[in-house]
Ligand binder design. Structure first.
Ligand code: AQP
Length: 337
C-alpha cells in the first residue's frame, strides 16, 4: 500500500523560495510513490488578521503556485482546508487532549506575538489544528520546513496520548525535512527565516516576482563584513544563506560555488545569483500565469480535491468519535436507564 503524505501551506501571502525548497519541492517529489494530500490551509491563515478580499486572492494565488511548482492534481489531492469541515471538528477533539503548557512552549507562537493581551486564541491553538490536519488522514509522512519540526513533534505527542487512552486510531506521523533548504533565511536579515508575511517585500523572493524585482532584491540583499565568499553560518550568515539559495537553484554544490567565486567580490556574486534565480523562477511564474488565466479549471481541481479529502476524512473522524463515546453510536440501551 502507498504511504500517505499530507502537508499544508497558508495563503498568508505569496509563496516564496523558502516555502518552495523547504516544502513544495518535496511535495512534488513524493507524488510519484505516495498517496499525497496537499492543502491550502486558509483556517490557519486567519489566526492573524486578514483582509477578506486579500485572503481570497491569496487562496487562488497559493493554489495556482502549488500547481505551477509541480503539484499534479492527477496524482495528488489538492484542496482548501475550509472546504473540509472535519479538520475543525477533529481540532476541537484534539484541543481536549492537548495541554496548555505544551502549546505555551511553541516557539512559533512566541515569535508571532506570544502572550500579548490581543493575541488570538487561534494563534495559540494553531499547532492543534495542524495536528488535526495531519492525523485526519492516517498520514505517515509530512513534508515541511524546519520551522514546523516542533509542531510535528507535538502532533506525534497528541496522537500517542490519544491512542494510549482510547486504543490505536491515529497513525503517528514522521516529518520529512530536506537536507538543504529546510530554513531559507530572509534577504534583509539573515537571522530571521524568509516569511510570506514579512513587512518588507525585499526580504523574500516570491515565486511570482518579475525578473527586475528579483535582480533588485539580490542587489540590495544584506551581506556580511569582509569580501570573501565562503560558507560560514556563524561568521557569515548572510553569505551562507545566499550560497545556499544559489546552490538550490542551480544544483551546484556550495563547495563548487565557493571555488567559482574565489577572489571575486560580493557584487559579481550577487549579480550572477540574481540571474540564476531568475532562470529558476521564470518557468514557475509562466505556469502560474496559466493557472490564473484558467480560474475555472483551478476551482474544479480544488472542488474535486475537497470531495476526495472529505471521503477520506469522514470514516477516520467517525472512528475517533466512536472511541470517545460521542453521539448515540450503534449500541442500543436495553431496559431501565
Ligand atoms: N524560510 C523557510 N525556509 C524553508 N521552509 C520554509 N517554510 C516556510 N518558511 C520557510 C515551509 O513552507 C511550508 C509552508 O509554510 P506555511 O505557509 O505553513 O507557514 P510558515 O511556515 O509560517 O511560512 P511563512 O512563509 O513564514 O508564512 P507566514 O509568514 O504566514 O508565517 C511549511 O512546510 C514551512 O515549514
Amino acid at each position: 500500500m502507498k504511504k500517505r503524505v499530507f502537508s499544508g501551506i497558508q495563503p498568508s501571502g505569496i509563496v516564496h523560495l523558502g516555502n518552495y525548497f523547504g516544502a513544495l519541492k518535496n511535495w512534488v517529489a513524493l507524488q510519484t510513490e505516495h498517496e499525497c494530500l496537499y492543502s491550502i490551509v486558509d483556517l490557519h491563515a486567519i489566526t492573524v488578521a486578514q483582509e477578506p478580499g486579500e485572503l481570497k486572492k491569496n487562496i487562488r494565488t497559493t493554489a495556482a503556485l502549488c500547481l505551477a511548482a509541480g503539484v499534479d492534481p492527477k496524482r495528488s489531492i489538492l484542496f482548501l482546508q475550509s472546504d473540509v469541515a472535519e479538520h475543525s471538528e477533529l481540532a476541537w477533539i484534539l484541543n481536549c487532549h492537548a495541554y496548555f503548557g505544551e502549546l505555551r512552549r511553541m516557539t512559533q507562537f512566541k515569535d508571532k506575538g506570544g502572550d500579548q493581551e490581543s493575541t488570538t486564541v487561534g494563534l495559540y491553538d494553531y499547532p492543534v489544528l495542524m495536528a488535526a490536519d495531519i492525523l485526519l488522514y492516517g498520514t505517515r509522512g509530512v513534508p515541511v520546513g524546519d520551522d514546523q519540526r516542533q509542531h510535528l513533534e507535538l502532533t506525534r505527542t497528541i496522537a500517542r496520548r490519544f491512542n494510549g487512552l482510547y486504543g490505536d486510531v491515529f497513525v503517528v506521523p514522521d516529518a520529512i525535512i530536506p537536507e538543504a533548504g529546510a530554513r531559507v533565511m530572509a534577504l534583509d536579515d539573515p537571522s530571521k527565516k524568509m516569511s510570506k508575511s514579512a513587512s518588507s517585500v525585499s526580504s523574500y523572493i516570491a515565486l511570482t516576482d518579475t525578473d527586475d524585482a528579483i535582480r533588485a532584491k539580490f542587489k540590495t540583499a544584506v551581506t556580511d563584513s569582509g569580501r570573501e565568499i565562503i560558507y560560514d553560518e556563524a561568521g557569515k550568515p548572510a553569505i551562507a544563506n545566499l550560497l545556499t539559495i544559489y546552490s538550490l537553484v542551480t544544483d551546484k554544490s556550495v563547495a563548487a560555488l565557493q571555488e567559482q567565486y574565489r577572489g571575486q567580490g560580493y557584487a559579481a556574486f550577487k549579480k550572477d545569483l540574481g540571474a540564476a534565480v531568475i532562470a529558476f523562477v521564470a518557468p514557475i511564474r509562466e505556469r502560474f500565469n496559466h493557472w490564473i488565466a484558467n480560474a475555472n479549471q483551478l476551482e474544479g481541481i480544488l472542488k474535486e480535491g475537497a470531495e476526495k479529502a472529505r471521503a477520506l476524512a469522514g470514516p477516520l473522524l467517525g472512528a475517533v468519535k466512536e472511541r470517545l463515546g460521542l453521539g448515540l453510536g450503534k449500541q442500543k440501551l436495553i431496559g431501565k436507564y
